[in-house]
Write a protein that binds this ligand. Structure first.
Ligand SMILES: [Zn+2]
Length: 369
């Protein structure tokens, strides 16, 4: 069984090791030591070099003896800002920061749970399934660690990412994909008073294209928004360029691509009509996934949640996480709630009970056939 005092002690210690995005090295070094001491076969990679981080992704595998497929447990090590010099405060069963930083329960609540589960297994000699652990860098702001993982090293075909707000029991089985569109309409500058007919107004062309777009709520699983439209000129100059930044999200991959094409095509049509040109780049931020609620993975997790006396709560997610990238790389992955609350703010907090429940759930998922 898990050691509740150790769960809290571990969490309080881990949040005090700074690991803002791209500065994860000290924390990653510590994870390597922990996982090796627990008997894992630990490797690291060069992902940090590729993305400008001093850290690296940490991989660990633990060979088990009970039947059942190998399972992957994943968390990210990086935190948002302000995440340096965190001083956790425990009062009335709740952990908070002193108020001038985040708490980093996103995602060190998950890391704490995984480490405690393995410690409990090892010190009691409990039989367990084969499992792997991945701790990524740079999840915040682009899932860059997960995008640069060496997936050939990962044997598991099923995974849980412990990385969501909501109490233990929450399972996110689907999430949208997102494309970002960076477009520049290139018209032709001219003096607006002397010879406007020699110019092509990039603002006018962009406005024409945007007016014909289908935007905002597209359908139950697809949304689209223009966040930026920018051109700054003196009023006596016909604007030569206009920048547009838009995003499309959908839980359905084909719809994501279709709506993205619609945005690009609308701008292209306007450019063609006015004799302007379009310079456009589509960046795939992350790709959607949808794990079957009746499938083996979700059912297995639900059973273990119920065995703890908790209620499984299967919900769709609204954003991207490392699970999007794992699903795209052939690993069926869902995201689990760890009880982290008000994340990415200095009001972030977590109940001690939720830390214990996360450790308990990890322990069960590792040891129940
Ligand atoms: Zn997170």
């Amino acid at each position: 069984m898990i050691n509740k005092q150790r769960v809290l002690d571990t969490f309080l210690e881990l949040v005090q090791i700074d690991s803002e995005t791209l500065n994860e090295k000290n924390f990653a070094d510590r994870m390597v030591k922990e996982l090796e001491a627990l008997g894992g076969v630990v490797t690291t990679d060069e992902a940090g070099k590729a993305i400008g981080s001093n850290g690296y992704n940490v991989y660990a595998s633990f060979e088990g003896t009970i039947p059942g497929d190998s399972m992957l447990f994943s968390c990210h090590m990086d935190t948002v800002k302000p995440g340096n010099g965190i001083k956790p405060v425990v009062a009335d069963g709740v952990v908070r920061s002193e108020g001038d930083t985040i708490l980093a329960s996103d995602d060190k609540s998950g890391i704490t749970g995984i480490l405690e589960a393995i410690k409990a297994i090892k010190e009691n000699g409990v039989a367990h399934r084969s499992f792997e652990v991945i701790f990524t860098i740079a999840e915040e702001g682009g899932l860059r660690g997960a995008k640069n993982l060496d997936y050939s090293r990962i044997k598991s075909k099923k995974a849980v990412a412990l990385d969501s707000s909501g109490n233990v029991g929450k399972i996110i089985n689907q999430a949208p994909g997102q494309n970002k569109i960076y477009a520049t309409v290139v018209g032709k500058t001219a003096h607006a008073g002397l010879a406007p007919e020699e110019g092509i107004s990039a603002i006018q062309v962009a406005a024409h294209g945007i007016a014909k777009m289908n935007l905002l709520r597209i359908d139950a699983e697809t949304t689209c928004n223009i966040g930026t439209i920018e051109a700054k000129n003196a009023t006596n100059i016909v604007p030569g360029t206009c920048d547009i930044i838009a995003e499309v999200r959908s839980r359905d991959y084909d719809k994501l691509q279709a709506q993205t094409k619609h945005i690009v095509d609308s701008l292209q049509a306007a450019c063609d009509e006015f004799g302007a040109t379009l310079d456009c780049k589509v960046d795939t931020a992350y790709i959607s996934y949808n794990v079957n609620t009746e499938g083996e993975l979700v059912k297995y997790i639900c059973e273990n949640i119920k065995d703890m006396g908790l209620e499984p709560n299967i919900v769709p997610g609204g954003g991207g996480s490392d699970a999007n990238i794992m699903n795209r790389n052939g690993i069926e992955a869902v995201v689990l709630g760890t009880g982290m609350s008000k994340v990415h703010t200095t009001n972030e907090f977590i109940e001690v009970k939720q830390l214990e429940n996360t450790a308990e759930l990890c322990y069960r998922l590792m040891t129940k056939a």
